[in-house]
Design a protein around this ligand. Structure first.
Ligand SMILES: *[C@@H]1O[C@H](CO)[C@@H](O)[C@H](O)[C@H]1NC(C)=O
Length: 248
């Protein structure tokens, strides 16, 4: 029974020894060897460690580097690059005490968000023909597409599926039925190339017939008035008469 407290005491001394061995510095200090040095403030890094007689010597982060915490580091950390190749652009530029914050480019959404920024983004997907855009993509969400149903269609760019045109309601004939991707096509009676050619031929024939008809009618009239040559001479006489008057 007497042995137990003695053993505990020895163990306790051992624990104290382990804890005692490394130098414990307070929160605003860092350990270098057996010394505790004051940390550099954010935006600065250590230039010279403190000594028995001098405090830590700190210098600011320069170039595109930063340190956002009190530190005992010999250098600053390079700032993040917002790579357009990863769909990113700068939201907040780098400062000596804060890293660059990136955000998705227009038309992209974040796939790897951070506390107040984004590490990677992807282009909004586009809806397929036969689908409508149920929800446009945002910086944080992708486009939401939904299939068209029933008697409707969308080419993939619509924000709702449009009903197919009902040709019979327009008193037109349906040339092509509507699909989920496209509207129905309406038209007058079948206008195939053959039909168009037939129409043109008929039209030419009609014009020709009318022309021939008129020509024949004229010829008949002339025959009733007399011979062609008499007609001409009559007209010539009439035309020259005023001139004769003028010369007298
Ligand atoms: C949408 O339509 C496509 C093609 O018709 C089909 O493969 C897919 O399963 C449909 N999706 C849903 C959610 O109904």
């Amino acid at each position: 029974m007497r042995q137990f407290p003695g053993l505990i005491w020895i163990l306790w001394l051992g624990v104290l020894d382990i804890v005692d061995c490394p130098v414990i510095c307070n929160k605003a200090e860092y350990r270098i060897g057996d010394e505790c040095c004051p940390m550099c403030s954010p935006g600065n890094h250590v230039y010279k460690h403190c000594t028995e007689f001098t405090s830590t010597s700190c210098v600011p982060c320069i170039g595109s580097t930063y340190l956002d915490k009190p530190n005992g580091l010999p250098g600053c950390i390079p700032c993040r690059h917002c790579d357009p190749g990863f769909g990113l652009m700068v939201k907040h530029p780098c400062t000596p005490s804060s890293d660059t914050v990136c955000e998705p480019l227009e038309g992209f959404y974040c796939t790897d968000p951070t506390k107040d920024g984004c590490k990677a983004a992807q282009r909004h997907s586009s809806c397929e023909p036969g689908q409508y855009i149920r929800q446009k993509g945002s910086p944080s969400t992708d486009t939401v597409c939904t299939n068209c149903t029933g008697d409707t269609y969308s080419d993939g760019s619509f924000t709702s599926c449009q009903p197919h045109t009902q040709c019979d309601q327009l008193n037109l004939q349906q040339i092509k039925p509507g699909t989920r991707q496209s509207d129905s096509e309406c038209g007058q009676e079948t206008s195939s190339p053959v039909a168009v050619i037939v129409c043109v031929v008929v039209a030419i024939a009609l014009i020709a017939a009318v022309g021939i008809g008129l020509y024949l009618k004229k010829k008949k009239k002339r025959k009733l008035l007399g011979s062609d040559t008499e007609g001409h001479s009559l007209r010539n006489e009439k035309r020259w008469k005023p001139l004769e008057h003028f010369s007298e």
